[in-house]
Ligand binder design. Sequence first.
Ligand code: CGF
Length: 825
Amino acid sequence: MAKKEPSKKHSEVLENTVQAFKNAFDNHIHHSLARDEHTVTKHEKFLAVAYAVRDRLIDRWIKTQETYYEKDVKRVYYLSLEFLIGRTLGNSVLNLDVESAVEEAVAELGMTLEELREEEVDAGLGNGGLGRLAACFLDSMATLELPATGMGIRYEYGMFNQKIKDGQQEELPDNWLRLPNPWEIARPANAIKVPFGGYVVTWTDDKGKLRNRWETKDYVLALPYDTPIPGYRNNTVNNLRLWSAQSADEFGLAYFNNGDYLAAVQDMELSETISKVLYPNDSSVNGKILRLRQQYFLCAASLQDIVRRFKKLHDGEWKLFPDKVAIQLNDTHPAISIAELMRILLDDEGLEWDEAWDIVTRTFAYTNHTLMPEALEKWPVSFFEKLLPRHLQIIYEINARFLAKVSLKWPGDTARLSRMSLIQEGGEKMIRMAYLSIVGSYAVNGVAALHSDLLKTSLFKDFYEFWPEKFNNKTNGVTPRRWVRKANPAMSALVSSKIGDNWVKDFSEIKKLEKFAEDAKFRKEFMAVKLENKKRLAAYLKQTQNVDVNVNTLFDIQVKRIHEYKRQLLNILHVIHLYLQIKDGKKVTPRTVMIGGKSAPGYWMAKQIIRLANAVGAIIDSDPDCKGKLQMIFLENYRVSFAEKIIPAADLSEQISTSGTEASGTGNMKFAMNGALTIGTLDGANVEMREEIGADNFFLFGLTVEEVQELLAKGYRPRDFYEKDDDLRRVLDLINSGFFCPDHPETFRPIVEKLLSSDPFLLLADFRSYVECQEKVAKAYADKDKWAKMAILNAARMGKFSSDRTIEQYAKEIWQTKACPISIK
Ligand code: CGF
């Protein structure tokens, strides 16, 4: 018999030369896609390039995972129901540092890299800020060489596509997996069984101790799909593991044998609905039981996976667990993980409560992203009884032990006990997920200084008094790779020509640009780049929405989810005010106002706001008096790849939420980094941005948090503002008259009614200050040279807002993880 060759480790790293890429494209067109040069489509060319790039990621990916294992490093798991990744090709090419080779090789295919990028569909697995933050964090964790893994759900349908039809939002399914996703690798061998339902069995162990066991016949399979996450110009490639639900039944054999083939298939489909679709709600909860199933599905699959990896090296050494694992909860959506880890340690591993609780509370950390009451998750106890009976028991026990401690500190304070209980009584019993997250974590953070302070003084006041040391702030950031270097290549090249390109990795270096604000030639060049970006956006709008925009006007942009607290309506009121000014024959600075964003499908008022924006835009468009002076456009289907075109083209960034409502914002950061000036309130991260940028380079308006609270406390009467402000009255009266919807004049009356009766986000109180501030903007824009100076200072002073800085703080102050550099031969 022939002797077996000793197994050889695959250590070869693929070449990155132009020729190597050409060969790779060729090879993939033929062998992966079974095409030749005559039959290959544009999209398949994209796939061939993506595969060639992925091959290069894979070498480093394997090496990274091997190194983490060999060095037995402490790992971070970032658990999130959302990862709003967008496109991957451009960023992978950038991070791998193969841009010029790929660019040159792609020319052979008769295309440019930019054209190929347009072929890629966005991975829209998130709603907005929270999901995009998770994606920026992945990029930063890999760039900082941190041993980190993202864990989420591989939704078959991501965020819906928005169509504007007759001026109104329509939702179309985002079937992003209809075309092959070249970045993911399925790992069926690592599938995990996730139980649901059933009942709890109590039994006695051999020491006579009562133990519990969860029993059920209802399982769903969690199938992992892995996506490589490369760091910028290093060898680290981390993993994003997304779980897909599959039926665990072997094709419902029982039904099959009974001849009920269709019932068997239906049963399978039911399990698979778990990862079917992303819930399209940002800043509000959806109390559907399927959403709870999604949450537990992610938690159970992830926790089993984490525990399995830990046991490979440290079976039985449970005390070591918090030294090897940190789990970050991205909001409360994955909070059931706390009860799940308790269940595993108590029931599967046989630990005692105190031991298990000590491990759990040294493992989890929780990030809060909102103060909005409607976004605070609470689950009916009845849902848990049905779906997660053992977890319910565990949560009750956590609560009982926690409340015992509270009453020790504040004896007799029953009001406090009921305020702090994990279970909300009175009416339907509910589990307060934020409280579970605080009690089960060793660190709790907000996402901007103001937000973290408000958590301590309002939402979580009782908990802060009990555990002040748990609370901290981690101001959000965004990755400069995607949001400056990739989105704005022309500005990046200009910047790098002056200060070198190390700012891409160390964004604090962007400060070096500051002195060029005084350089007249640089100012011209900087604004020439802005104009190019405006032209690029204009061309895209022409192509996709068939609108013509004048690039010589002020581009005044507000893109984000549509929500009353974000006050797109205030922006629209200002546009109507400008319209009236024009009709009065007053001179205005020519502007193009753009508003873009999606409304949750069931959010009626947000949909009305979209409708009003479109209606006002249409009236202005049809009025010859406005030509060259004012235009308002609704940007359809706002998403990551669109943002990359919009943001570099902005002159003015609208960050106008009511003070105390926007936890941080991250769009605000992206705009300023790209040289837009901000008009904004003292809300979220605007406060810190203004500190960095300087008050003179920021257009501030509106009430402060304290003033908002004061006004509400003394009884806010919006009608008072309407009555004493002629401009405001004219604007609201015009809407009310049906002018913007002559066929159905009553259409927008509910908007005006709400503003006049309750106006919960104080638009009327802030209207005057906003209009005056916009006048300052208009004046400043008229002085081109001064504007250029301010724009450069904005871009130069945003160093703090790189997600690298944020992640460094998480790593040092929360996770206690260190960089683990990867070397390849
Ligand atoms: O998270 C948000 C966003 N809507 O997704 N919240 N949530 N939930 C906040 O409202 C933003 O202010 C914040 O920037 C973002 C990420 O932390």
